[in-house]
Design a protein around this ligand. Structure first.
Ligand SMILES: Cc1cc2nc3c(=O)[nH]c(=O)nc-3n(C[C@H](O)[C@H](O)[C@H](O)COP(=O)(O)OP(=O)(O)OC[C@H]3O[C@@H](n4cnc5c(N)ncnc54)[C@H](O)[C@@H]3O)c2cc1C
Length: 304
């Protein structure tokens, strides 16, 4: 059975960027990807230099087309379900019944959203409700916005959102742990805070029209920012012994190395900086670091 130099699990910006770097470094690479990226709900990806406003699927298509120029990179549309072995000899099995072997592994599995328990939010997510003002704040500039968040997250967004729109209201969706000082600070800045649970989000064709609360209040708006609940894209890093952060991310050093020899992690899975360009950058860095390790191992093996 063929032993790949590296198996990359995940074919988003992080994994594809790693595949490009390793393909150009003439390494045998397999990218396993089951194509469930977190940003699948969006029509456009913003802020990626030279690719601003591109469709996420188009971004991936172009990336794969360019990587395919490098013949040592293969792709398989499969879900990795188990990983065993150690540095130099990892075995990865997929849901589709295949087992692959590789010297190194790069996790680029992203994060995924936990189900949103607010009626109507799914319908607007990615169309008029977003999670990050750097990604979608420009498109909602100067609009009437609702921030759905609690505690420190709500206060943080309240300080950020005025960079894009000064017309916004906070809905905490039920009892909140905000301190009296925080509430007073928001009052001083003229920010309204509604504590009642959200009954539903009313929208038309994905475009939010108002947020209705259990106490009968209706908050009209044309855009929403909310704090998502995230979890890592796969349990595989934990299953092979990778140290994890409380946030659900894999602990890595600056070069994408985890605590498990031969195992790297890049992109959203190893950070809380949810930006495609940052994911691509960490994917490239991890790939170069991993390639350096492979080259050193080869050099040492061939010691005359
Ligand atoms: C609504 C929304 C809007 C966004 N808008 C922007 C924006 O405008 N600009 C921007 O820069 N960023 C944006 N982001 C953030 C951006 O999408 C992420 O930062 C970026 O996609 C992370 O890249 P990644 O490669 O780490 O993970 P992902 O792109 O999530 O890719 C991970 C891949 O790994 C695969 N995978 C996971 N587990 C397995 C497994 N076991 N086997 C096989 N495959 C697996 C998944 O199917 C997926 O294809 C947005 C995010 C959201 C949610």
């Amino acid at each position: 059975m063929k032993t790949y130099d590296c198996i990359i699990i995940g074919g988003g910006p992080a994994g594809l960027s790693g595949a490009l770097a390793l393909g150009r470094a003439r390494k045998d690479v397999l990218v396993l990807d089951d194509a469930r990226p977190r940003n699948a709900v969006t029509h456009e990806m913003h802020g990626f230099l030279s690719r601003d406003r591109i469709k996420p699927s188009e971004f991936r298509r172009i990336a794969k087309e360019q990587i395919s120029e490098y013949p040592s990179v293969e792709f398989a549309a499969e879900t990795a379900v188990s990983i065993e072995g150690s540095d130099g000899q990892f075995q990865i099995t997929t849901e589709q019944g295949q087992t692959y072997t590789s010297r190194k592994v790069l996790f680029a599995i992203g994060k995924k959203d936990l189900p949103l328990p607010i009626p109507g939010l799914t319908e607007v997510y990615g169309k008029s409700a977003f999670v990050c003002p750097y990604c979608d704040g420009w498109e909602l500039r100067d609009q009437e916005l609702v921030i759905i968040a609690k505690g420190a997250g709500a206060v943080h967004l309240a300080k950020m959102i005025p960079g894009w729109s000064s017309r916004y209201t906070i809905c905490t969706n039920g009892p909140d742990e905000m301190t009296e000082e925080e509430r007073e600070e928001l009052r001083r800045h003229g920010v309204s805070v509604f504590d009642a649970p959200i009954r539903s989000i009313l929208s038309n064709d994905g475009m939010v029209e108002r947020v209705e609360l259990e106490d009968g209040t209706a908050v009209p708006c044309t855009g929403i920012f909310f704090a998502p609940q995230l979890t890592i894209g796969s349990e595989l890093p934990a299953s092979i012994g990778c140290e994890m952060k409380e946030t659900g991310s894999v602990v890595t050093d600056m070069l994408g190395r985890t605590n498990v020899p031969g195992v790297y992690c890049a992109g959203d899975a190893g950070t809380e900086m949810y930006q495609a360009i940052a994911a691509a950058s960490t994917g490239a860095v991890a790939a170069m670091s991993l390639n350096g390790e492979l080259l050193m191992e080869r050099w040492n093996r061939s010691n005359p």
